[in-house]
Design a protein around this ligand. Structure first.
Ligand code: NDP
Length: 460
C-alpha cells in the first residue's frame, strides 16, 4: 500500500519549502522531494552565495577609498579558496536551518528525484517507492542554458560552477546582459579578475529603464570592466594558456574562464508532466491560473517553473498563497505588478514600476524627475563615480509609477520605496516627506525640477 499524503511538493527551493511548511501548518500531511540540496537555487547556488561574493568583491573599493579618509592600508591580498570555504560553510548552515524548519512543521523530506506516474501518484527514483497524493505542487525551478551549440561550448561554465571554481580566474569572459552577467562581472572585477562582458544587444539589462542601463554601463566601465555589445561568442578554442574567444566582428582574445549567463529554462521535462497532460505556456513554463493551478487543478506549480516573475520573493509568495488556497480555506492570488527588484551589480541597481519608455506607452501624460550626482563619500575618497535616480510620474494624477536607482544601497532603498509606490504615493507625498540628511536617498524627496514631460498628442 503506497504512502498517502495530502500534498506532495516536488522541489525544495524557496517556493516549495514555503508551500510545504504552510500547508503542514494548516494540518496537511506533506512530503517534499529534493534531488540535490534543500534550499534550491536561491540558497545553494543563487542569491545568497552570490550576495556573499558581492560583499567580498566590494572590499577592494573600500580598501582604496580608505586612503582618502586618513587610513593607510597595507596592500591587501585576497584568498579565493578561503572565501569559497567560508561561503560553503554558511550555505551548509542555511541548508540545515531549512531542513530543521521543515521537520519542525512535520513535513517529510525525501532526498530523491520524484516523477509523476499518474495524476495522483509520485514515484521516488532512489527507492522505487510510490506515494499517493491528493495534491501535487511542482516547484522545480529553472536551469541555465548555454544557447547555440557553438564550437568549444563544453568549456563554458554557468554561474552554478562559478561558485566552486578551484581558483580565481585572472581573465574571464562573461556572455549575457541580464542579472547574472552584470552581477558576476562586478564580483570577478572586484576580486581582481580582468572581465570582458559580451552582450548581443544594444546595451546591458534590456527591459530596464534606458537611462539606468546607460548609467550602469558607464559605471561598470569606470571600474575596468570591458563591455562588448552587439556581439555573440562564435567559438571557443582551448589554447595553451587558456581559452581563445572568437567574436564575429571583433578581434579574438584569450581568457582563463568563460561563463555564460543567457537565462534559464523552466525545469519541466523528465518527470512525467507531458504524460499526464499538464499544459505548458508559450514561454516554456507550466501554464497556471492566478491560484497557481495547472490545467489539472489538483496539480499546482509555483516559482521559476511557471516562468512568471522569476524572483525568489515572488516564488515564496506564490508558495504561501498556494498553501493558503488549498489547505487554509483562503483562496489567495499573488499580485505580480510593482515587484521591486535589485541587481547586485557594482554599483547596484534598485528598480520598481514602469520605465520611462513603458510609462510613455501606457499613459497620456508622463513627468520625469531625474538626477545624477557625486555621492558625499566620493568627495574624500576621490572615486570617480556618480549616483543615478529617476522618478517616473503619471502626469494625470501625480502618482509615482516608477523609480530607478543606481548607486550604493539601491537595493535597500527600493525595498522601502516599494511600499510607497504600492500605496500609490504621489510626487506631492514624496515632496512632503522630510529629507534625511546627509543621505543619498534624500535626493528622492528633494527632486523638484521636472527634467522631461511627455504628453500624448490628442489624435493618438
Ligand atoms: P536574464 O534573462 O536576466 O538575462 C539573459 C541574458 O542573456 C540577456 O541579456 C539575453 O539577451 C542574453 N541571451 C539570451 N539568450 C542568448 C543567446 N542565445 N545568445 C546570446 N545572449 C543571449 O537571465 P540571467 O541568466 O541573467 O538570470 C536568470 C534569472 O535569474 C533571471 O530571470 C533573473 O530574474 C534571476 N536572477 C535574479 C537576480 C536578482 O534578483 N538580483 C540575480 C540573478 C538572477 P537579450 O536581452 O537580448 O534577450
Amino acid at each position: 500500500m503506497p504512502e498517502q499524503v495530502d500534498l506532495f511538493v516536488v522541489g525544495a527551493g524557496s517556493g516549495g519549502v514555503r508551500a510545504a511548511r504552510i500547508a503542514a501548518n494548516h494540518g496537511a500531511r506533506v512530503m517534499i522531494a529534493e534531488e540535490y540540496r534543500v534550499g534550491g537555487t536561491c540558497v545553494i547556488r543563487g542569491c545568497v552565495p552570490k550576495k556573499l561574493m558581492v560583499y567580498a568583491s566590494r572590499f577592494a573599493e573600500e580598501f582604496e577609498d580608505a586612503a582618502g579618509f586618513g587610513w593607510s592600508v597595507p596592500a591587501p591580498t585576497f584568498d579565493w579558496p578561503k572565501l569559497i570555504a567560508s561561503k560553503d560553510k554558511e550555505i551548509a548552515r542555511l541548508e540545515t536551518a531549512y531542513i530543521a524548519t521543515l521537520e519542525r512543521a512535520k513535513v517529510k523530506i525525501v532526498k530523491s528525484r520524484a516523477v509523476l506516474k499518474d495524476a495522483h501518484t509520485v514515484k521516488l527514483l532512489t527507492t522505487g517507492e510510490t506515494v499517493r497524493a491528493k495534491h501535487i505542487l511542482i516547484a522545480t525551478g529553472a536551469w541555465p542554458h548555454h544557447g547555440a551549440q557553438i564550437a568549444g561550448i563544453e568549456h563554458v561554465i554557468s554561474s552554478n560552477e562559478a561558485f566552486h571554481l578551484p581558483q580565481l580566474p585572472k581573465r574571464i569572459l562573461i556572455q549575457g546582459g541580464g542579472y547574472i552577467a552584470v552581477e558576476f562581472a562586478g564580483i570577478f572585477n572586484g576580486l581582481g579578475s580582468e572581465v570582458t562582458l559580451v552582450y548581443r544587444g544594444e546595451d546591458i539589462l534590456r527591459g530596464f529603464d534606458d537611462d539606468l542601463r546607460a548609467h550602469l554601463h558607464k559605471e561598470m566601465e569606470r571600474r575596468g570592466i570591458k563591455i562588448v555589445t552587439r556581439q555573440i561568442v562564435e567559438a571557443i578554442e582551448k589554447v595553451e594558456h587558456g581559452l581563445c574567444i572568437s567574436l564575429p566582428d571583433h578581434e579574438s582574445f584569450t581568457v582563463d574562464q568563460a561563463m555564460f549567463a543567457l537565462g534559464r529554462h523552466p525545469n519541466v521535462s523528465g518527470f512525467g508532466l507531458e504524460k499526464i497532460g499538464v499544459r505548458l505556456a508559450k514561454n516554456g513554463g507550466i501554464a497556471v491560473n492566478e491560484l497557481s493551478q495547472s490545467s489539472i487543478p489538483h496539480i499546482g506549480a509555483i516559482g521559476d517553473v511557471t516562468n512568471r516573475v522569476n524572483l525568489t520573493p515572488v516564488a515564496i509568495r506564490e508558495g504561501h498563497a498556494y498553501a493558503d488556497t488549498v489547505f487554509g480555506g483562503k483562496p489567495t492570488s499573488v499580485d505580480h505588478a510593482n515587484v521591486p527588484t535589485a541587481v547586485f551589480s557594482e554599483p547596484e541597481c534598485g528598480v520598481i514600476g514602469l520605465t520611462e519608455a513603458q510609462a510613455i506607452d501606457l499613459l497620456p501624460k508622463v513627468d520625469i524627475y531625474k538626477t545624477s550626482f557625486r555621492p558625499l563619500k566620493a568627495t574624500l575618497s576621490g572615486r570617480d563615480t556618480r549616483v543615478f535616480m529617476k522618478l517616473v510620474v503619471d502626469g494625470s494624477n501625480d502618482r509615482v509609477v516608477g523609480c530607478h536607482i543606481v548607486g550604493e544601497g539601491a537595493g535597500e532603498m527600493i525595498q522601502l520605496l516599494g511600499i510607497a509606490v504600492r500605496m500609490k504615493a504621489t510626487k506631492a507625498d514624496f515632496d512632503a516627506t522630510m529629507a534625511v540628511h546627509p543621505t543619498m536617498a534624500e535626493e528622492l524627496v528633494t527632486l523638484r525640477e521636472k527634467t522631461a514631460s511627455h504628453v500624448r498628442a490628442a489624435a493618438e
